[in-house]
Structures are given as structure tokens and as C-alpha cells.
Design a protein around this ligand. Sequence first.
Ligand code: SF4
Length: 265
Amino acid sequence: MTGKLMLSANKRHVLDALDIPRWQLRQTEAVIEPVARPQSGLESPSKPMVADIPVDRPLPGNGSPDPTVVASPSIDELNWSDLYQRVAGCHACGLSQQRTQTVFGVGDQSADWLIVGEAPGQEEDQRGEPFVGRAGQLLDNMLQAIGLARSQVYITNIVKCRPPGNRDPHVDERDACRGYLKRQIALLRPKIIVVVGRVAAHALLETEEAVGKLRGGEFNYGTSEIPLVVTYHPAYLLRSPSEKSKAWSDLCFARERYNAVLAKG
Ligand code: SF4
């Protein structure tokens, strides 16, 4: 099974990279006041999603159905390959205008662990892969610290195109892209979701709470039983290295919740 915890030969090196004192290996997660679990709109069928609208479908001139047009399947029917192609051709929001390419996601498509960030940055936009560069290296170290290689998880963002100037994606852009992440999760069926950073946490939990207050909360994804854990974005940790120990606690918490899922069978 993918995503299983493994022993890391260079754990000391990894912990040093995270500025984690080695004695913390025995530490359990920080005790943080859980907050009430909000309901995510991702499961709500009442909320229309722009990304549910098939792209490149001709619109009939008089507003009535065109019998010559074969409707594209909805996003909820797509397999991995077709979903990738749908995203690659998507122009459902303005972020399509300045992207070099879409950044779909990377990793094991049967992974137990899903990591969700905010949006591609400049380097991700150039390379077509999420979490590359220094933030990506730190994420890799964070994963290694809990016994996971990058190849054992699946990594994606809430929006698949780079916002200009690396600004936060706007709400309408997040909503436009929401259906793609929802379908990725449905295909992946992860056993745990780790959400990194404020913007992704706000989008998935539909809250405005600070990450500091969301950490340690026993959330689930939408109405599902998939545990969802919030932690800081690696880019933030690079700017605020003193917070790395909190991220380590969050990952220990995630590991505990994952182990609990496995124990349930
Ligand atoms: S961000 Fe998402 S919805 Fe917007 S154009 Fe890119 S793939 Fe489409």
C-alpha cells in the first residue's frame, strides 16, 4: 500500500533541516484548542462550480440545445487522464490568461496522503509541477520527517494556474477551480488530507480563521470521513523558521490521525 510510514535512514539530517531538536522525536502533538468543524461547500450540490462547465463546448446561438453538439462529460465523470486534459484546456477563470501552463498535481494517484496548497508560483508555472524550489524542498523534508517520500503522496493546489505576481487567488477563481480538486479527491480517495497555508485552509474549510487557530482542529473533508489537518505553508516557514517546530507537531498530529484511520480498517 502506498503512503505507509517508513523508516528514514537520514532522519537526523531531515530533522536538522527542519530545525527540530532531536529530543522531539518522542513528542506528541501540541495540545491546541480544537475549533468547531465547519461544513465545507465542496460536497454541496447546490453550489454551482464554473469548472463543472465543460470547456470548448460551442454555445448555440438562440439559447436552445444544439442537437449536433455532443455534450462533454461532467467533471465528476472524468478519469485521471481526462481530468488532466480538461484542466489543461480550461479557461474558466482569468488565471488562464497569463499562465505558462496549468499545474495539475503530482505524485502517486493511489496515495493515502494528499497535500493541498494554494496555487502555483512562478517556478511551478514554468515547470508544471507544484511545490518545487525552496518551499518544495522544505515540504519534502517535512514529509521525510514523518517517513514519507514525495513519490508516496499526491500534491496539488486549490487552483491550477498561477495568479499574477503570486497574489492570493480570488474567491471567484477558487470557486471556478473547485470542481477539479473535488474530482481529484474523489479519484484519489486519500486516507488523510494535509492542507498547507491560510488560503488553502480557508478554501477547504470555508472559514476566515487564522492558521494558528485551525492547527490541531479535528476537521474532516466536507461531509466525508477523510481527516483534514491544517498546517503552515512551507513558504511561510522559510520566512518564519521559528514556526517549524509547530509544523512538526502538526505533521505528528496528521500521522496520528492517519494511524487511527488504518486502525479502524
Ligand atoms: S485556475 Fe482553474 S478554473 Fe481558472 S483557468 Fe486555471 S484550471 Fe481553469
